[in-house]
Structures are given as C-alpha cells and as structure tokens.
Design a protein around this ligand. Structure first.
Ligand SMILES: Nc1ncnc2c1ncn2[C@@H]1O[C@H](COP(=O)(O)OP(=O)(O)OP(=O)(O)O)[C@@H](O)[C@H]1O
Ligand SMILES: [Mg+2]
Length: 238
C-alpha cells in the first residue's frame, strides 16, 4: 500500500459555461520514500493537484487515501484536516515565503511550537535541520539577508520540521539559478532516501529529475505517467 493513493480525482472550478475542469479523473499511487515529479504546461492543473493533495483545496470527486486513512471520498471524511496538514505534510512554495520579521531559526521554531514541541527540543531540532540544509551559519539572520538559494533551503528545512510523511513542492527551484536549483533538488532527494519521506515536486526542468521514481505529466487536467513522455519531453515547448 502506498502512503498516498488517489483514485479518480477531479476538480472543477465554477459551473455551467464558466466551468474549468482543472483535474479530470486523476489516479496515482506513491510509496514512502518515493520521489515523484509533476510536469506539464502552464494551466495544466499542477498547483491544483498539489493543493488537493495538501488538503487545502476541496476536490469535486474521487478518493484520497493518505497514510492508510481515507481523507476524501466524494467529500471530506470526518478527519481533522488541520492536524494532518500540520503533522504529516510539508509544503515548499515557488518562493520561500519565510516570515520576514522572524530570524531563520525562529521561522523553523514556529511550526514546531504550533504542534506543542517544548522549546528546548524545538531549538535542537531547528539547528539540526538548518545544519542538514547547510544554512546553520545563517540561523540568526532575518530572511532578507539571505540569498534566494539559502532562503529556499530554509523553507525546505521548515517543511521538514515536523517530520512529515509527505512533502509537496510547487516549483521549488523556479526562482533559483541552475546550480542552486540543483542543490535544492538534491536535498529533496536526500530527504526522501534518508527519511522515507515521499516527495512530490512540480518542475519545468527535466534536468532536475534524474533518478526520480515517478514522472507524471499533466495536460489539460489529465495525467499520464510514462517514461516515453519524459524521453520525448521538450522543455522549450512549455
Ligand atoms: N481558484 C480558481 N478559480 C478558477 N479557476 C482556477 C482557480 N485556480 C486554478 N484555476 C484554473 O485551473 C486550471 C489549472 O490551474 P493551475 O494553477 O493548477 O495550473 P498550473 O499547472 O499550476 O499552472 P502554472 O504552471 O502556470 O503554475 C487553469 O485553467 C486555471 O485558470
Ligand atoms: Mg502552478
């Protein structure tokens, strides 16, 4: 059984003539420690899919089973979505979205304190994560004093704070140059392998996804999973 199983997932925005079928009958299964890439042109539904998986956006139909619990079955089940999001899912956005008036260290402490980890343990965990992401030397700085690559590594550290079972990343390398982007992607790979965290990441850059376990391609809200697509994929046509 996978950590995440999605069956027949659909999302329609609006109704009648204005309806946009952003996701249509999506099925996928991801195991603990898997790395999955989500490719597809602008407007194909990538962010919508991540938002449904992160339990932020309510789908229109289908099933989501996460960590052996049915979360959505043609409607949310009566599971505490906020608890699941806080404890089991980490999100990395296209831009780092750090809290500007908190130091790097405090940005990591924040999600730990939300789930009630005591200060002493939270401090130790924050420093361990910043070292793991190779930004510990920046722990007492405000985010604005860090480079884009450093900020994104802090945001990955924040996503990891509560040892999530699933990390969702929406173009985490889009704002970075190739070298820094590659480094963030390498760190996501390391997390998946060393902590058995499943990682789903949106990217436009096929050079970033070497060694991934799944490559999904979205087009007009429909999913294809095939190595042929990767083989024939031409990023210049995006
Ligand atoms: N809140 C919304 N209300 C109405 N339509 C929406 C909403 N969010 C997304 N859409 C539509 O759903 C479709 C998929 O959008 P989505 O943001 O998931 O695409 P994407 O693949 O992430 O694109 P990009 O690469 O540009 O980020 C688009 O046609 C978009 O206009
Ligand atoms: Mg998007």
């Amino acid at each position: 059984m996978g950590i995440l199983e999605i069956e027949g997932l659909s999302k329609t925005f609006g109704t009648g003539e204005l309806a946009v079928h952003a996701l249509q009958d999506i099925s996928l299964c991801i195991s603990a420690g898997d790395l999955a890439a989500l490719l597809g042109p602008s407007g194909s539904g990538k962010t919508t899919l991540l938002l449904c998986i992160s339990l932020i956006l309510e789908p229109t139909a289908g099933t989501i089973i996460f960590d052996d619990e049915t979360i959505y079955s043609n409607g949310w089940t009566d599971i505490d979505l906020r608890r699941l999001r806080r404890e089991k899912i980490g999100f990395v956005f296209q831009t780092p979205n750090l809290i500007p008036f908190l130091t790097v260290r405090e940005n990591i402490l924040f999600p730990l304190e939300l789930v009630g980890v005591n200060r002493h343990k939270a401090e130790a965990r924050a420093m361990e994560l910043l070292e793991y992401m190779e930004v510990a030397h920046r722990s007492n700085y405000l985010p604005a004093f860090l480079s884009g690559g450093e900020q994104q590594r802090v945001s990955v550290a924040r996503a990891l704070a509560n040892k999530p079972k699933l990390i969702l990343a929406d173009e985490p390398t889009a704002a970075l140059d190739t070298v820094r982007g590659k480094k963030v992607m390498e760190l996501l790979k390391k997390i998946a392998r060393e902590h058995q965290t499943a990682v789903i990441t949106v990217t436009h850059d096929v050079r970033m996804i070497e060694g991934f376990d799944h490559v999904y391609h979205l087009k007009d809200g429909q999913l294809n999973s095939s190595s042929d697509i990767l083989f024939n994929y031409d990023p210049s046509r995006q």
